[in-house]
Design a protein around this ligand. Structure first.
Ligand SMILES: Cc1ncc(COP(=O)(O)O)c(C=O)c1O
Length: 525
């Protein structure tokens, strides 16, 4: 029933017979787009000025008002969705923090003592979107989660409507099983055997990485769970100088200490140097530290570099370290296969973050663990008010004790729904991805190749070694609001633009626009 079968699911079937009703009232509407245009709300409006939240369900006779309120909200959201995708609209309407705090055209962030009527509440919803950033806009190149996947959006709405918690099967029977199905699919794609593979969804890649360090430490030194750090040796872990800062943060949070994270030098493309890794592990041992973990990044945050996984795996095996792979970016099909194969054979854990290039709405990230049962062993505390062992169903589906959280948001449904809705690959390869996601990722890669091709041919761009050009151009870009891109320095390089491609809406014309915009704004400096 929950299987991600080989044909895209028919989403229409799920909404059949569920059309929204129209109101008899016609006494004014807040249904305006943020540029003052009336948008289509089915030719119907409703007077919300004397209705308050107390009049909505579960109030007696609250159904009509609730229906109209939600319909109006959908109109506001729809107007935002349509605008987000239009090149003629701005990516953002930038204001400084003090301007937003002072209040703009009736948009007031302060909380009043009296309840606001629903007309004001709807205006607040509209204004919240108006003064935010349209991350789904084709000219949003900033980091990192971009794109506006409509099925994902539907998934998020449904999730909030269900408003349940992932900790037990008792209250999330459907979502718990969906998580199992999706995790199994992920294990298959990685190539783990049927008997291997465990995992859990958690709030982001940083949390997934934290889990990996936690699990590695517990695996090697189980006493740490009950007796703490004083019961175990002085540990050291290893990651590349270009890896994400969450590895260092995990060491700090877990009491290992950020100073005990050894940053391994990279080559000029940002890939970890295996010989350096080996040398630094030996060095740590000589200093009396106990090396226990290495993180290899498959798609680093800034360069998108892939660490040499096989060599790193051999070194970690030789020294008896836990190997984690942080999959920062997905890559094209052929590379994907070789990457997945090496992960399958050697990695103990993998971070897979669908809220990045797969464009699943935030948040959605998984920690995948090869050894079954380890997550449970490491984290379970068997709270009797939640995980009673004598429930009348199979309590192995009460997966909440695998988590370091108690309450856990349902992040799985939107991913499951998006996966269902994607076109499936015709290739009968066991490592095949889903063609829909694959095409989406390949489109982003083509965009980045196009940017590289164009940059090489343009004479109005040059390498900058001094100065503060990128921040100044970005500031002007944000104030005008037609595009958005990030910048940063790195090692010996001064600030450079960091262009992120994960938005399926972005086309070549947007890349051309971005380059012209950078030149235009730069020439005005
Ligand atoms: C390689 C890598 N790992 C982990 C993370 C952290 O992910 P999140 O922002 O979901 O916590 C990032 C974010 O940019 C990343 O690039």
């Amino acid at each position: 029933m929950f299987d991600l079968e080989e044909s895209p699911g028919n989403i229409m079937d799920m909404t059949e017979g569920n059309s929204l009703h129209k109101s008899k009232h016609d006494t004014g509407s807040v249904g305006n787009t943020d540029d003052g245009q009336k948008y289509d709300s089915g030719g119907v409006s409703y007077d919300f000025s004397c209705i308050y939240s107390k009049d909505l369900l579960p109030a007696e006779d609250g159904e009509e008002a609730t229906k109209h309120f939600l319909q109006e909200l959908v109109n506001i959201l729809m107007a935002h969705v349509s605008k987000s995708i239009k090149r003629s609209s701005k990516v953002l309407d930038f204001h400084h923090p003090h301007q937003l705090k002072e209040g703009l055209e009736g948009f007031n962030l302060e909380l009043s003592d009296q309840p606001e009527n629903l007309e004001q509440i709807l205006v607040d919803c509209r204004d919240t979107l108006k003064y935010g950033v349209k991350t789904g806009h084709p000219r949003f190149f900033n980091q990192l989660s971009t794109g506006l996947d409509i099925i994902g959006l539907a998934g998020e709405w449904l999730t909030s409507t269900a408003n349940t918690n992932m900790f037990t099967y008792e209250i999330s029977p459907v979502f718990v099983l969906m998580e199992e199905v999706v995790l199994r699919k992920m294990h298959t794609i990685i190539g783990w055997k049927e008997e291997d593979g465990d995992g859990i969804f958690c709030p982001g890649g940083s949390m997934s990485n934290l889990y990996s360090v936690l699990l590695a430490r517990f695996h090697l030194f189980p006493a740490v769970k009950t007796h703490g750090m004083s019961a175990i040796p002085h540990l050291a872990l290893f990651t590349s100088a270009h890896s994400h800062y969450s590895i260092k943060k995990a060491a700090a949070v877990l009491g290992i200490g950020s100073e005990n994270v050894v940053l391994i030098r990279c080559d000029e493309r940002g890939k970890m140097l295996p010989s350096e890794l080996n040398a630094r592990i030996n060095e740590a041992k000589i200093k009396g530290l106990v090396p226990f973990y290495v993180n290899a990044t498959a798609g680093t945050t800034v360069y998108g570099a892939f660490d040499p996984l096989n060599e790193i795996a051999d070194i970690s095996e030789h020294h008896g370290l836990w190997m984690h792979v942080d999959v920062g970016h997905l890559i094209n099909y052929n590379y994907h296969i070789s990457l997945m194969l090496s992960m399958a054979l050697k990695a103990h854990s993998v971070t897979w973050n669908p809220h990045k290039m797969m464009c699943v709405p935030l948040q959605c990230s998984a920690i995948l663990v090869k050894k079954k049962g380890l997550l449970q062993e490491c984290n379970q505390l068997c709270a009797e008010y939640l995980f009673q062992p004598d429930k009348h169903y199979d309590v192995s589906y009460d997966t909440g004790d695998k988590s370091i959280q108690c309450g856990r948001h349902v992040d799985i449904f939107k991913l499951w729904l998006m996966w269902k809705a994607k076109k499936k690959s015709q290739l009968a390869h066991p490592l095949q991805g889903s063609e829909g996601f694959e095409a989406q990722v390949n489109h982003c890669l083509e965009n980045s190749e196009y940017l590289y091709y164009k940059l090489k041919r343009r004479t109005d761009f040059q390498l900058v070694f001094k100065g503060k050009v990128a921040p100044k151009i970005k500031a002007k870009m944000m104030e005008e609001g037609f595009a958005m891109i990030s910048y940063q320095p790195l090692e010996d390089k001064v600030n450079f633009f960091r262009c992120v491609f994960s938005n399926p809406a972005t086309q070549r014309e947007d890349i051309d626009f971005l380059l012209d915009e950078i030149v235009r704004l730069g020439s005005e400096l």
